[in-house]
Write a protein that binds this ligand. Structure first.
Ligand SMILES: Cc1cc2nc3c(=O)[nH]c(=O)nc-3n(C[C@H](O)[C@H](O)[C@H](O)COP(=O)(O)O)c2cc1C
Length: 402
């Protein structure tokens, strides 16, 4: 829980200012204390009342307002002292230039200049593509980056001014996720982790295929939690697995393609851990027909062959620790422990697929963490919470050096 974390959101005069209402709600939902500061020009786009209502705190708009000194007699200093993280969104070309030059001519720019060295500072530029690509803005952003500011690149797409290009404010969920990462303590910083997610798809012919019920939600939660804790994460996901807004994701179709993707990544970039959350098909058609199989009068018998065992393939060429997942309907823990030993896994997460609610496609699950030393039962909880517990185990695994 983030009960005591405080974020100062600086809003400047860009058309995307209205989106910050949603951002404030995301922070409040996650129990953050939110303080909003607005420039004079930002108030031309949206009123402070909106943010006062959503944040539950007075909004700072003027450094020389003496009748109501809410955050202290020198608000720029007391604010800079009291917060855990600073987010400027949307950040105009103007505030970026002022921050780079060290200008302090209003409450927001003055507060930026007064921020503590160790306070994470996140800048979310949003502007017309020519303003963004102007060498002045590029240089200013480079200067801020060199000074330790975190710049969230704007998205490309249709801009409010009607042109196409880079300059859109990143999704509110992305800004929130980056803020969570920068204030997490980054217990997995420097660790490279590959996470697989979702179901593989095995083609029978150009129309039909064999797959399973995995949605990719569990893998996504594990990848995003490791990313939040500072790890460098790659998600290798089945074709239809849920997408991530923050973690780089490579898409694959069949089990063989997933194996190739994992081995290629291990070879090219290495990894400190592989988490095999994907539901990889055990069988694939003996032959994939290049033309659609015509419907006949009688039944159809398909001949299936075994798919490659990705964990065994990893173990053939690499010492990287692997965490596995198992979905079982009987003897859940017993089978999981067998798999743990047979495959040389560091840990296995065992799911009981007979449970009435939870499991495939659900946001909830009931599972067991099985290691050589112990079995830990996790009561029914959200996949996000399971991922939180698993990330804790991963931190311990690295601390123990295996
Ligand atoms: C309708 C309108 C939309 C604007 N949108 C943006 C924008 O998206 N990004 C930006 O950098 N400037 C934008 N500007 C220009 C800024 O408002 C202007 O540079 C202003 O001085 C910024 O002040 P501030 O940084 O103190 O808020 C816009 C101006 C107008 C009139």
């Amino acid at each position: 829980m983030n009960e005591k974390k405080s974020v100062l959101i600086g809003i400047t005069g860009g058309i995307a200012a209205y989106k910050i209402a949603t951002l404030v709600r995301l922070f409040k939902k996650a129990h953050w204390n939110v303080i909003v500061a607005m420039t004079k020009n930002a108030m031309e786009f949206i009123t402070p009342l909106t943010f006062e209502t959503l944040s539950g705190n007075p909004v700072i708009t003027d450094s020389f307002e003496r009748s109501l000194p809410v955050y202290g007699s020198m608000e720029h200093i007391s604010l800079a002292d009291s917060i855990d993280v600073f987010v400027c969104a949307p950040a105009t070309g103007n505030i970026i230039a002022k921050a780079a030059a060290g200008l302090a001519d209003d409450i927001l720019s003055t507060t930026i200049l007064a921020l503590k060295k160790e306070t994470p500072k996140i800048i979310c530029p949003a502007m017309n593509v020519r303003m963004y690509e102007n060498p002045a803005t590029r240089d200013n952003l480079e200067t801020l980056k060199k000074r330790g500011f975190i710049i969230i690149e704007p998205d490309a797409g249709e801009l409010a001014c009607g042109v196409e290009g880079k300059g859109r404010l990143p999704r509110e969920e992305v800004i929130f996720a980056v803020t969570e990462r920068e204030t997490s303590g980054k217990a997995l910083s420097g660790k490279k982790i590959i996470v697989t997610s979702g179901a593989t798809v095995e083609s029978i012919d150009p129309v039909r295929y064999i797959t399973n019920h995995s949605s990719g939600k569990m893998g996504l939660a594990v990848a995003e939690e490791c990313w939040r804790l500072g790890a460098d994460v790659l998600l290798i996901s089945g074709r239809d697995a849920v997408p991530s807004l923050t973690v780089p994701q490579e898409r694959v179709t069949g089990a063989s393609e997933m194996k190739e993707a994992v081995l290629r990544r291990l070879k090219e970039k290495g990894a400190d851990l592989v988490v095999m959350t994907a539901a990889v098909a055990d069988y694939t058609p003996e032959k994939t027909e290049s033309r659609k199989i015509k419907k006949g009068e009688g039944g159809l018998t398909l001949s299936l062959k075994r798919t490659p065992d990705i964990i065994s393939e990893i173990k053939k060429t690499s010492q990287v620790p692997v965490i596995g997942f198992a979905a079982e309907s009987d003897n859940v823990v017993e089978y999981a422990r067998e798999k743990l030993k047979k495959k040389g896994l560091s840990l296995i997460v065992a799911n009981d697929i007979t449970q009435k609610e939870g499991g495939f496609r659900s946001d909830f699950n009931h599972c067991y963490f099985v290691s050589m030393e112990e079995t830990r039962e996790l009561k029914r909880m959200s996949k996000r919470d399971i991922a939180g517990h698993l990330a804790g185990e991963i931190v311990l695994l690295f601390n123990r050096g295996r």
